[in-house]
Design a protein around this ligand. Structure first.
Ligand SMILES: C[S@@+](CC[C@H](N)C(=O)[O-])C[C@H]1O[C@@H](n2cnc3c(N)ncnc32)[C@H](O)[C@@H]1O
Length: 273
């Protein structure tokens, strides 16, 4: 069966993304902000562009919108299916979510569609302020998401977390980030681990999703090694597919995924047995 997004999320995307692209005076007759579909994909670097820079006549905001128009929906569908499997029965208490390379709040919106009520702390990390702004605009436009407390930063090292460390569980989302040419996976895990220590000692789950293409996952082995060095095990690692509904009919969407897990750190490092 095809993965369905909640109606409020479809409506949000229509208002904040689809209509903004389609109703722009440069769009029409199969063109998007004046570009063919293929050129538009080049303009967003197939998802890996420096989104704060203009490209030809496109502003950074245009590029972020084109990313959300072309790429975000499939990622929302994959994450929605993953979260339905991860949280089948209940909303976890007091969850903290770190969405690394969050783009336009993709992981946060998908999770808010699965958890009812969507009450969690959301830390959206993206090197592009244009992406963070689009994510905040999307999340802020919905009363339904007022229980999702949000903070945004360029990366884990830049998060200003002034609350006391606690035992709260943490979910880290790493969706389509590892192909980024600017990413150092080992440094990412070091910075992430420091942020996790600021949050506390609760259990941590990490969901990794990506295209199944080898080139998109070339950084995965060093990411995995750094995660294992940081005390994570990897209970799931594979490829799979979901069915998605498109105007031309149902389609299979293939993805690479992995789950990492680290239990609550409730043992004192006293040494000895
Ligand atoms: C392909 S998009 C994925 C966005 C979102 N996770 C999704 O699934 O729709 C990659 C995002 O990672 C961001 N990014 C790239 N390199 C980064 C880095 N080194 N640190 C933080 N964000 C980065 C980009 O700005 C972009 O928004």
């Amino acid at each position: 069966m095809a993965v369905e997004l909640p109606q409020w999320l479809e409506d949000l995307r229509r208002a904040e993304v689809v209509d903004r692209v389609r109703n722009d005076p440069r769009s029409g007759s199969g063109r998007f902000f004046g570009l063919s579909g293929h050129t538009a994909m080049n303009a967003i670097g197939w998802g890996q562009a420096p989104f704060d820079e203009p490209w030809g006549d496109l502003s950074p905001e245009d590029r972020a919108l084109l990313y959300a128009y072309f790429n975000q929906k499939g990622h929302l569908e994959e994450l929605t299916e993953a979260f339905r499997q991860m949280f089948p029965n209940r909303t976890p208490d007091d969850l903290i979510v770190i969405d690394v390379g969050c783009g336009p709040c993709t992981g946060g919106l998908a999770l808010a569609g699965v958890l009812d009520p969507p009450t969690f702390d959301y830390i959206g990390l993206d090197s592009s302020v244009t992406m963070r702004d689009l994510g905040e605009r999307m999340a802020a436009s919905l009363r339904r998401l007022k229980g999702m407390r949000r903070c945004w930063a360029s990366g884990p090292a830049a998060v200003d977390w002034d609350r006391a460390p606690s035992w709260r569980s943490v979910l880290v989302i790493v969706s389509y980030l590892l192909a980024s040419p600017t990413l150092d996976p080992a440094q990412l895990v070091t910075d992430l681990d420091k942020l996790l220590a600021k949050l506390g000692k609760g259990r941590v789950s990490v969901l990794y999703t990506n295209s199944p293409k080898a080139s998109a996952n070339r950084n995965f082995p060093s990411f995995q090694k750094a995660m294992q060095d940081a005390g994570f095990d990897m209970p799931a690692d594979g490829t799979g597919e979901i069915v998605v509904e498109r105007w031309e009919g149902d389609q299979q969407r293939h993805l690479r995924y992995a789950v990492f897990h680290r239990p609550a750190q409730n043992r004192l490092p006293l040494g000895g047995g």
